[in-house]
Unconditional design. Sequence first.
Length: 208
Amino acid sequence: MAKVLLINGSPHTDGCTATALKEMIKIFDEEGVETELIQIGNKDIRGCIACGTCSGKGKCVFDDIVNEVAAKFEEADGLVLGSPVYYGSPNGTLLAFADRLFYSTSFSKHMKVGASVVSCRRAGNTASFDVLNKYFTIGGMPLAPSTYWNQVHGHTAEDVKKDLEGLQTMRNLARNMVFMIKAFADAKEKYGYPEVETGVFTSFPDGK
């Protein structure tokens, strides 16, 4: 059975971001996709300190929820990062979490399906959406599309429930994720995944 992890970067377990993610879960349930909604926005998560320990140990030096989720991420077929908008960007806890999750893990994320979801009262949504999408593209993860930017609007969860277009966008996003996960699994069996070249690292140490 396919599995999707959904990360709630908001400190509120039943707030705007959670409402958007739970709308997606309804579709995943209908489609027979296993899900796990992980609340990290109310956790004490520090940022990466660029110590390099993960390159030797294969996990982050700070043994917290990042390492717990990393094991689940390796087994998952898709990942959704959900965040409220704080000052025109995702909130700091989610950014610290995602920095360490993607940097400290050496397993291949190639062709796992990614999606970002943002919630805002009024603005800052597209900038936040852009920041989160970069985690996936750097990791070789195809982005699932929807019928609009993956966002909901509202100051409270009750407001979001009135954002019918936003909720529709979440449902379409979930359906597209399911399709992509199934299609990639079929293509892997039939063709294999594309080759991934590694080993080139541009630094220009000679100054030229």
